[in-house]
Write a protein that binds this ligand. Structure first.
Ligand code: G4P
Length: 533
């Protein structure tokens, strides 16, 4: 093996790139912070205190996030643990669902689903879970807030199966009574991990000397009743539960389940250690010409997110790329596949909490931010010069919320158009024109309502433009193939035809029923969910 091949091989082996998904308030931020702490990536005092005071997460960048206490953008955090190089992709945790979240999940190799023990599987978790499921990525479950009252572990297993349709395998099991658990039993290591209130690490570990749960030594520390109940539960799990099957885990058919409490540091370190062992390293990615292995020495990566004005003092645009194969080195020239242009990647950045660090190299699984000279678009591939890589199925999401927007002050039109153009390039919203309404206003479409609010906020804060926004009563967009200019589209009812940024005709409908009706009435027109590329 060449030196490069050996290096690539060992770097890929130790990479773990994952996203943490949850419904707001389940504890994703707290868990992320604890994982970072164990990885030594942040110091204890500053961040945790600052978070308490300011109530915002390490990954929050934009003012709007701080004001609303939500995380709108996704960031990337990296640390080393036990020989592993860990990349956590943070997904927005707010109620509203955005394309940003979907795209981040395109860049991940596995997902950790955080569930609040009292609330079980919630709406946002369901949606995020389904995206992971569609991609077939492995999902690990962390049941959080075990220091509090909650649902029983069996009830949660059943809920995960019924609501999400995936079987679960508890890696550990709570001991004691609900609301006052003494700790968890680690099934693989046959050890009891006791919950120490106020303890420095939140736990105290007692391995079994005989290697099974019915070790009498456990009865001494747990009490006879709690120990008997634990033995009964474990027996039931061993007999009636699923067997642990790593292949099923890796195919996303079985979720390893961990119980713990991020706030009190309980069960977090054992979870991290087990998770890193089980989670997949970066795997081959599909391209239209067949899979490309991460250890392939030809470099390839794709842009999954673009963000403008991350730092208000440097008006810049950052394109986040996920490296898929080969080694990235600072200053290398690559081919930007959609344009065929050669681009020099001079100042690659990595993002750690609020800081940026210039990096010299990166490997498959890593995410880096590149200054975007204006050539990158979401979903674009970059690869070694002389090569041609096209990654398969990068999803495009049809907008479901629409509004007409206009600058309040017509003198600000220039800034308005500039802001709209840049924010559209980020992919936060899609912009359409309605020719008969004139050039002063745009129609914008977004996957979630929050994106429209973010648009309004950012136009004001970053471009100094106040806008008026009028929400439109449509919820479905269809790109029209076979539409003839000037000819009526039958059955459009209260729908409307507008133009996307490339001047392609798009019909907006109130609901799916209207789409079906128009489809039947116009057999010569195809009503496409996403535009043809
Ligand atoms: P999110 O990112 O998923 O939205 O959740 P986040 O970590 O912000 O946690 C939401 C709330 O739940 C926070 O309380 C946090 O302290 C609490 N929490 C997280 N993990 C645990 C846990 O293991 N046990 C208990 N009891 N609570 C937990 P908050 O009052 O909203 O905020 P804060 O004042 O504590 O920052």
């Amino acid at each position: 093996m060449s030196e490069m091949a050996t290096e690539l091989h060992s770097e890929v082996q130790r990479r773990r790139t994952f996203a943490i998904i949850s419904h707001p308030d389940a504890g994703k931020t707290t868990l992320t912070e604890k994982l970072l702490l164990y990885g030594g990536a942040i110091r204890l005092a500053g961040t945790v205190k600052a978070r308490k005071a300011a109530k915002h997460a390490v990954s929050d960048w934009m003012e709007i996030e701080k004001q609303r206490g939500i995380s709108v953008t996704s960031s990337v955090l990296q640390f080393d643990y036990d020989g592993f190089r860990v990349n956590i992709l943070d997904t927005p945790g707010h109620q509203d669902f955005s394309e940003d979240t979907y795209r981040t999940l395109m860049a991940t190799d596995s997902a950790v689903m955080v569930i609040d023990v009292a609330k079980g599987v919630e709406d946002q978790t369901k949606k995020l879970f389904h995206v992971c499921r569609q991609r077939g990525i492995p999902i690990f479950t962390f049941v959080n807030k075990l220091d509090r009252h909650g649902k029983s572990p069996f009830e949660l297993m059943e809920e995960i199966e019924n609501v999400l349709g995936i079987r679960s395998y508890p890696m550990n099991w709570p001991v004691g009574v609900d609301g006052n658990y003494k700790g968890v039993y680690n099934r693989r290591l046959a050890q009891v991990e006791l919950f120490e209130k106020g303890g420095a690490h939140g736990q105290w570990v007692m391995p079994s000397t005989v290697g099974t749960v019915d070790d009498p030594a456990f009865a001494d520390i747990l009490g006879v009743d709690a120990h008997r109940a634990l033995c009964d539960d474990i027996e039931l799990l061993d007999m009636a539960g699923d067997e642990f099957d790593i292949d099923k885990v890796l195919q996303g058919e079985l979720t390893p389940m961990f119980f713990g409490s991020a706030l009190t540091n309980f069960g977090v370190r054992p979870f991290l250690e087990e998770f890193l062992k089980l989670a997949p390293k970066p795997l081959a990615r599909k391209t239209v010409d067949g899979p490309i292995d991460p250890t392939n020495e030809d470099f390839s990566a794709f842009v999954f997110k673009i963000q403008a004005n991350m730092n208000p003092t440097h008006r810049d645009r950052i394109a986040f790329i996920r490296v898929c194969s080969g080694k990235f080195t600072r200053g290398m020239s690559v081919k930007h596949v959609p344009s065929g242009k050669s681009v020099k990647l001079a100042q690659p950045q990595q993002f750690m909490a609020q800081e940026r660090v210039i990096i010299d190299e990166a490997f498959p699984g890593d995410v880096i931010g590149l200054f975007d000279p204006g050539v990158f678009g979401i979903g674009d591939t970059i690869c070694s010069e002389g090569k041609n890589v096209h990654f398969a199925d990068f999803p495009v999401f049809p907008p479901e919320h629409f509004a007409r927007v206009q600058a309040k002050d017509t003198m600000k039109r220039k800034q308005f158009v500039k802001g709209m153009t840049q924010l559209t390039q980020e992919g936060a919203v899609q912009v359409f024109r309605q020719p008969e309404i004139g050039v002063e206003s745009f129609v914008v479409g977004a996957v979630g309502v929050l994106q429209l609010e973010v648009l309004e906020y950012r136009l004001k804060n970053e471009y100094g433009v106040d806008i008026s926004m009028h929400h439109l009563p449509y919820s479905v967009a269809r790109w029209l193939d076979g539409y003839q200019e000037g000819k009526t589209v039958k059955g459009l009812d209260s729908g409307v035809i507008i133009r996307d940024i490339q001047d392609r005709p798009v019909a907006l409908f109130r609901n799916e029923w209207s789409v079906r009706w128009a489809t039947e009435q116009n057999p010569h027109i195809q009503f496409l969910l996403v535009p043809e590329r």
